[in-house]
Write a protein that binds this ligand. Structure first.
Ligand code: UT7
Length: 335
């Protein structure tokens, strides 16, 4: 689904962002003690040096809460102003109630709609896209969009092919009607291909394989990834998404100030950037510090880029993601 220009509808902007990373660090040296791996291999193959790990008493909503408070504050609003809460996550506190409902309560928000969105690494982009149309239609004004994960709780620390990749974190954005022509979301796109579902899967704990002693013994409560296959698919999809969004909006690659890609692997991002002929200094990377936090990577990176002054109001930025589902999505934003 593409939503490029909506002339009869309201324009929508990102009014504020926030992020939160737990204190505890999991370094490559720590991983060397858990599995047969080494710092050189991890850095060369992924670009990652360390990840953050939620404290024992922290669940996804706790991370989401901190990021959301900052996003609401930076939008110049209060929790009372929020008209809807959407949380992109595949590691909710509980299957139900949703993390969004828990977050609503913790924020002290009004009794507005609150729900989780399970689109894995595309959760934030999907939520952004849906929030945009809600505001554009005039149905709502201020929507809190969050990407939050505690992936370390579903990571198998006996599988060296996946445990090196994942970390915990949360990012949030508040969307509001645009007030001028400088800052607005220009384009959003989202799509899925369920035939590739087995490539990234958490097999246990759902209705297919409810939790039993056997599913636990078989470690089905951990993520299983087919990294090589995902790698190839991710590079071509990222390139296609950026090109297609530019074409839809009659813009050129040179118009982009910064690409903020899903932080899955530095080599995937570098390979896509090289095919797009976009220099690496226009690609925002923080996976060296945080690893892959699934739905949280893009809002965390967006918040860091904004707070560091790497992106300024009015700059054209491209968000692009690919992940479990399979799902993918993109957004072009005049920040
Ligand atoms: O956001 C969506 C979720 N993310 C993903 O799905 C990740 C996408 N894929 C990737 O990031 C990369 O494919 C990985 C980082 C997972 C793997 O990198 P790769 O370059 O594709 O390596 P590979 O899987 O082809 O493995 C190459 C070798 C293998 O050994 P042999 O068979 O050549 O002897 C692996 O067993 O590297 C070995 N290997 C490791 N060695 C040291 C795999 N993991 C490790 C490790 N340390 N941690």
């Amino acid at each position: 689904m593409n939503v490029s220009s909506m002339p009869t509808l309201r324009k929508v902007k990102i009014a504020g962002t926030g992020s939160y990373l737990p204190e505890k660090r999991l370094t490559n040296a720590d991983l060397e003690k858990l599995v047969e791996t080494n710092d050189e291999w991890i850095v060369q193959r992924t670009g990652m040096h360390e990840r953050r790990v939620a404290a024992d008493d922290q669940a996804t909503s706790d991370l989401a809460l901190e990021a959301s408070k900052k996003a609401i504050e930076s939008a110049g609003l209060t929790a009372q102003d929020i008209d809807m809460i959407m949380v992109g996550t595949v590691t909710p506190d509980t299957v139900f109630p949703s993390t969004a409902c828990i977050l609503q309560h913790k924020l002290g928000a009004r009794m507005v709609p609150a729900f989780d969105l399970a689109a894995a690494c595309s959760g934030f982009i999907y939520a952004l896209s849906m929030a945009r149309t809600q505001i554009a239609s005039g149905a709502m004004n201020n929507i809190l969009v969050v990407g939050a994960e505690v992936l370390t709780r579903v990571t198998n620390y006996e599988d060296r092919g996946s445990c090196i990749l994942f970390g915990d974190g949360a990012g949030a954005a508040v969307l509001t009607p645009a007030t001028d022509e400088t800052s607005y979301i220009v384009d959003t796109h989202m799509a899925a291909d369920g035939s590739g579902g087995e490539m990234l899967i958490l097999p246990g704990g759902g209705s297919r394989h409810p939790a039993t002693h056997e599913t636990i013994d078989q470690k089905m409560h951990y993520m299983v990834i087919h990294g090589r296959a995902v790698f190839k698919e991710a590079v071509s999809t990222i390139v296609r998404l950026v090109d297609e969004s530019l074409t839809r909006c009659h813009l050129q690659r040179e118009d982009i100030k910064m690409v903020i890609p899903h932080q899955m692997n530095a080599r995937i991002i570098e390979s896509a950037a090289s095919r797009l002929d976009i220099p690496m200094d226009k690609i925002f990377i923080n996976l060296d510090k945080y690893g892959n936090t699934s739905a949280a990577t893009i809002p965390i990176a967006l918040d860091e880029a904004a707070r560091q002054g790497v992106i300024q109001r009015g700059d054209l930025i491209a968000l692009v993601t690919f992940g479990g589902g399979l799902t993918w999505g993109s957004s072009l934003i005049r920040y």
